[in-house]
Design a protein around this ligand. Structure first.
Ligand code: FES
Length: 171
């Protein structure tokens, strides 16, 4: 006999966040995105356990809801680290070396893009334009924007936040 498929069960806090988001948005057309935004604002991520309830509330399939969550880089399915580092990878920053900076960030943090380090200190993400296109490469660390970022400055900023970094190449 095969084991029944175990679905994750939402915690009471997760259920409450969803109920509040549904109360605010579910009756409106186009409710899915605002609902996801509210859930993430309340919980820091959109837990997979809430996907069935979200799908039901907006009359969409679970696959559609999963698709939207993975399409928009803004949404997370797992909790972020204590700090979030976002490296701009849009065109203007690419022309100013953001690819090399992104690789340097991965090496400094010991963490791949879209990943959270095992110690939970930091999540590293790409972002597509931070509005600092003329002064790239741009990085956002938590709520703060930084222009003309270099691997050296990134390492300094992270260390100032108490995030341990690996010495970069050539350091
Ligand atoms: S392209 Fe990077 S800030 Fe706009």
């Amino acid at each position: 006999m095969t084991e029944p498929h175990h679905e994750p069960v939402p915690s009471p806090a997760q259920q409450q966040a969803l109920a509040q988001a549904i109360a605010r948005h579910a009756q409106r057309p186009g409710a899915l995105l605002p609902l996801l935004h509210d859930v993430q604002a309340a919980l820091g991520h959109v837990p997979p356990a809430l996907v069935p309830g979200i799908a039901q509330a907006v009359n969409r399939s679970r696959a559609e809801v999963h698709g939207v969550i993975s399409y928009y880089h803004h949404f997370r399915s797992t909790p972020a680290g204590r700090h979030v580092v976002q490296v701009c990878r849009a065109e203007a920053c690419q022309a100013n070396g953001s690819e090399a900076l992104a690789q340097a960030a991965e090496a400094l943090l010991g963490c791949a893009m879209h990943g959270t380090r095992a110690d939970g200190a930091v999540t590293l993400e790409p972002v597509y334009c931070l509005g600092l296109c003329a002064t790239g490469p741009a990085v956002q660390i938590d709520d703060r924007l930084h222009a003309r970022m270099t691997p050296e400055r990134l390492a300094q900023r992270l260390q100032a936040l108490g995030v341990a970094v690996t010495a970069g190449e050539g350091a």
